[in-house]
Design a protein around this ligand. Structure first.
Ligand SMILES: [Zn+2]
Length: 183
C-alpha cells in the first residue's frame, strides 16, 4: 500500500488563483506529477488524488485519501502580494516530525529555486500552522496532511524563479519525503 499521498490543490471546476494566463490547479497538478515520477525512481509508491491523468478531485476526496498515509502533501500557489514558499501543517494536530518536514520542505525548495522560505515564526522558518492561514482551519492539514504553497503567482520574480527551477524543486521535495520515510 502506498505510504504517500500527493494531491494537487483545487480541481477542474475550481482553478484556484488565475494570473497571467496561468491557473493554480494546473501548476499544482504539474508539480504533483513531477514529484511522483521522482518518488517512483526511489521506489516509493504514491497515491494521487485522481483516477484519470487529467482529472483532479475536489478537497473532500483528497482528505479521504490522506487519512492513513505516512505522508500526505497537497500543492498550492499563493497570491496576495507576498513572496516565497511556505508549508502549512495542522496546528495542535501535527507532531514534531511533521513540523520538521514542513520546515525542511520549504528550506530545500528555497535552496533549489532561490525562492525565500517565508518566516511565520523564526524558530520554524518556512512552516506555518493552519490557524495562521486566511481560512483558519484547513481540512487537509487536520487530516494529517501538509500543504505546500509553492510561490506567489502574482509575483513576477517568484514566477520566474519557480519556472526555472521546477524540476530541481520536484527533486528536492521527493528527497525530503524519502528522508522522512527513513530512506
Ligand atoms: Zn490554493
Amino acid at each position: 500500500m502506498a505510504q504517500v499521498l500527493l494531491s494537487a490543490g483545487h480541481s477542474n471546476t475550481d482553478p484556484g488563483v488565475v494570473r497571467n494566463g496561468l491557473r493554480e490547479a494546473d501548476i499544482a497538478r504539474e508539480m504533483r506529477d513531477l514529484v511522483r515520477v521522482r518518488l517512483a525512481e526511489y521506489k516509493i509508491l504514491t497515491d494521487v488524488d485522481e483516477n484519470l491523468r487529467d482529472t483532479n478531485l475536489p478537497l473532500t476526496e483528497a482528505i479521504k485519501l490522506a487519512r492513513g498515509k505516512k505522508i500526505a502533501i497537497e500543492f498550492h500557489v499563493n497570491s496576495g502580494g507576498g513572496t516565497g514558499v511556505e508549508t502549512l501543517y495542522g496546528d495542535t494536530w501535527a507532531g514534531r516530525k511533521q513540523i520538521d518536514l514542513a520546515i525542511s520542505l520549504s528550506k530545500e525548495i528555497a535552496r533549489a529555486s532561490g525562492l525565500k522560505a517565508r518566516i511565520w515564526h523564526p524558530k520554524q522558518p518556512g512552516a506555518k500552522p493552519d490557524t495562521a492561514s486566511a481560512r483558519k482551519i484547513l481540512g487537509f492539514c487536520r487530516a494529517g496532511g501538509l500543504i505546500i504553497e509553492l510561490f506567489f503567482l502574482d509575483n513576477k520574480d517568484d514566477l520566474l524563479k519557480y519556472s526555472a527551477a521546477k524540476s530541481a524543486i520536484a527533486q528536492a521535495i521527493a528527497r525530503q519525503i524519502q528522508l522522512a520515510l527513513g530512506g
